[in-house]
Design a protein around this ligand. Sequence first.
Ligand SMILES: [Zn+2]
Length: 348
Amino acid sequence: MAAETGFVAGIDLGATKILAAVFDRGMKVRAQAKVKTPGSGSADQVLAAILSALDIALAELDLKRSDLEGLGVAVPSPVNRRKGIVLSTPNMGMKDFPLRDRLAGLSGLPVALENDVQAGTLGELRGGALRGKKYAAAFFVGTGIGGGLVLDGRLYRGSTGSAGELGHMILQDGGALCGCGRRGCLEALASRTAMARDAVAAAASGKAPILLDHAGTDFRKYRSSAFARSVESGEKAIERIVERSAYWLGVGAANVTAVLNPEAVLLGGGMVARFPDLYKDIAFRSLKDHLMPALGGTVELLITKLGDLAVPLGAAWASRDLAAGRESAAAREVTGAREDMDGQEAAE
Ligand SMILES: [Zn+2]
């Protein structure tokens, strides 16, 4: 029997963990592995950790790197996809860092580079809750709030590649301070960081003893699992904080619907994956309440289908598209066409 071929891998390089997943020709996930992101701030150590996560996942399938057709890597930073450069992830020692070429040199594989949220949107579009949608917006709720836009069935990237910063729509002028330095952004109202800020205050004032016991008053320990434990134990003050996040996402979804007239708005990211029903109910109600009447009934609200795998799947698809772009560029060379091909823009 001939050995199976057509594998690609996708990597989600996160601030705290690196998730590697191997997909078969049909883009079905076959193996995955997680390692901690080195806290050293050294790019070399991050590169080594990426390869170690990849090798662990490959070993599960008895594969070697050379059995892969390509590798996609998604990073929490704006990227220059054409040049394969990570613009800035200071805590990983990558500023204007040529991650694509460095990783290609170390792995011996063609590498596609993506921003993580855009990869997540692409993953949901090709193999998740947005499959078959032509017009959609996606919000990913984590430490911050990332966004992605799908227009005419393709990921929309904007003039400089940074379209879809849905977390930085200002919804409350003069409101809470945002990581971007302005006030009242959706991210400052509805991200896990915003929820942690409010939950620490609730815990410190005695309204959430279970959360206080579990996570103390260090907001960095307020991960989605801590929120889940608290809410499941019946701590209403914390449940209301999560509900408020869903409410503000509904407001953001109504704004983006007014601008883009999408068929669907997707909610994803760790907090949403922990509280899918709560986010679906409250965000959808809020979306309807804030939508301009003429748009009523035009948009549905969807919850992530892929969870953690959305980003690796999108990165793996970017790698597939890169290969397809190379093939079509080669074909054009044969026919003498002169288009300037950026393989990475192919076939979204
Ligand atoms: Zn902001």
